[in-house]
Design a protein. Structure first.
Length: 475
């Protein structure tokens, strides 16, 4: 049966941290994932921003581990979300671009798999492979693994992995508050509707006119944790923020409009975005306070990250190059914070490259759950030992594949990072770029001609990845 699990004796001590309640010490840890939409690598105080105000997230980083080399599995949302849910490269599921919602005329297939063939994109010269319409049914989600191990499971916020028949309720989650095939909310204010989407968001009915969406998401998260305090729970809080439309409470926007940015008043869109970031921070703070109030802090693993790099026309990813939609560091490098008191040392840093595909195997390790041998192989690796004791991880390359055109101007590409070296292959024109991230994190100098042996080596790694994962290429 898909997702069947067994409890392991490996890591037997991982679940016996001291408790603040009468809960038995052998209870598996609770798991909370904060997945923010379009949050840039530098958009937090703890990652260097002096404009955005994120005290709760900064406090989370101070009490746990922060990665300086965490990556989304793709530079756009749906593929990265699929990778987080399955622990597998997006190329395997066929979700290599953002999924078009049914409301916008997006196609639907019975199994979620990509329709056969190719499609053209405007006046662009290449035909690109068609994208999957949902997370295919044969893929096993983290919620399905954990539910079979006895966890209560909840998805709150953005899903963007399929419409009816492929929603969180169909993929192992007991609760769905807001998850559907939409990539952005119709509105950030209750009743969360628009002329184009009059039905709003499933599981988040009209309740308090004008309430901001991140506050409603936090309400749902608090209620779920409180109702399930006596059993292990998994909360996937995937905020719709800070994706467009740029909307935020007027008083917060006004405060940021009055706050200098580079010595002058910030543009309205930057002030609005900053207010949205602060609203996310408020929601994170409320959820963390609830964990403390329930006496569950010591037995709750918290992960905070983003689905891709920051939007280039809204925020500033410098010194990284590029933004959402691009294979450069600004498009794929993301914040990552992990907290488990008593297990992960506070104020620790990791520079080991990490990918979205590593979240599922790491959390299955933490929860002492193993996938059934009949389920598809995982591509990610567990970082639990590394996070806990700075144990070395086996060197391995990271890969990206985006065979599509993007509204930001990006063109079909694939990329690989191995150690400090990174190769980007552009299919339109057949060119390649090679960068040494240790010496040039801003990817300013193409070394493909200066270091041809490295370019050839990484090119061969990339060829093998594309072949082994069944990646579809543009033509």
């Amino acid at each position: 049966m898909r997702g069947s699990t067994c409890l392991l004796l490996l890591l037997a001590g991982a679940c016996s941290a001291p408790q603040k309640t009468n809960t038995a010490p052998e209870r598996p840890p609770n798991i909370v994932i904060f997945l923010v939409d379009d949050l840039g690598w530098r958009d937090l105080g703890c990652t260097g921003s002096e404009f955005y105000e994120t005290p709760h997230i900064d406090s989370l980083a101070a009490s746990g581990l922060r990665s300086t080399a965490a990556y989304a599995a793709c530079a756009v949302c749906s593929p990265s979300r699929a990778a987080l849910q399955t622990g597998r490269h997006p190329t395997r599921s066929g979700i290599t671009d953002w999924i078009r919602p049914v409301l916008w005329g997006g196609p639907v297939t019975a199994d979620g798999r990509a329709p056969e063939g190719f499609e053209t994109m405007g006046e662009h010269p290449l035909e690109v492979p068609r994208n999957a319409t949902a997370l295919p049914r044969e893929e096993t989600t983290i919620a399905e693994y954990l539910a079979e191990a006895g966890y209560a499971t909840a998805h709150i916020g953005k899903w963007h992995l399929g419409a009816a028949g492929f929603t969180p309720l169909d993929r192992g989650y007991d609760l769905n508050a807001g998850g559907c095939d939409l990539g952005q909310p119709p509105s950030y204010f209750d009743p969360f509707t628009s002329a184009r989407a009059p039905d709003g968001l499933p599981g988040l009915p009209a309740r308090e006119t004008g309430q901001y969406l991140t506050a409603r998401e936090a309400d749902a998260a608090q209620a779920f944790m409180s109702a399930n305090r006596e059993r292990p729970f998994f909360l996937h809080l995937a905020s719709y923020a800070v994706h467009t439309p740029l909307q935020a409470p007027a008083e917060l926007v006004a405060r940021y409009r009055a706050k200098p940015l580079d010595g002058k008043s910030p543009p309205k869109n930057r002030a609005t975005y900053a207010a949205m970031v602060e609203c996310v921070d408020h929601a994170v703070g409320r959820v963390l306070d609830t964990i403390d109030d329930l006496g569950l802090r010591d037995n709750t693993v918290v992960i905070f990250t983003s689905d891709n790099g920051g939007h280039g026309s809204i925020t500033d990813n410098r010194p990284l190059r590029g933004a959402k939609g691009w294979p450069y560091e600004g498009g794929v490098r993301v914040p990552l914070i992990v907290r488990w008191p008593g297990r992960i040392p506070p104020a620790s840093l990791s520079s080991v490259p990490f990918s979205s595909i590593d979240i599922l195997p790491t959390l299955l390790s933490v929860a002492t759950v193993a996938p059934d041998p009949d389920t598809p192989d995982l591509d990610g690796i567990s970082f639990f030992d590394h996070w806990q004791s700075a144990a070395e991880t086996a060197p391995r390359p990271l890969f990206w594949h985006y065979p599509h055109y993007h509204g930001s101007g990006s063109r079909p590409n694939s990329a690989v990072r191995d150690g400090p070296w990174k190769l980007i292959r552009w299919y339109e024109g057949g060119s390649e770029e090679l960068f040494h991230l240790g010496q040039d994190p801003g990817e300013t100098t193409n070394l493909s001609n200066a270091a041809p042996q490295q370019a050839q080596r990484l090119g061969q790694l990339l060829d093998g990845f594309l072949r082994d994962t069944g990646a579809r290429l543009p033509r």
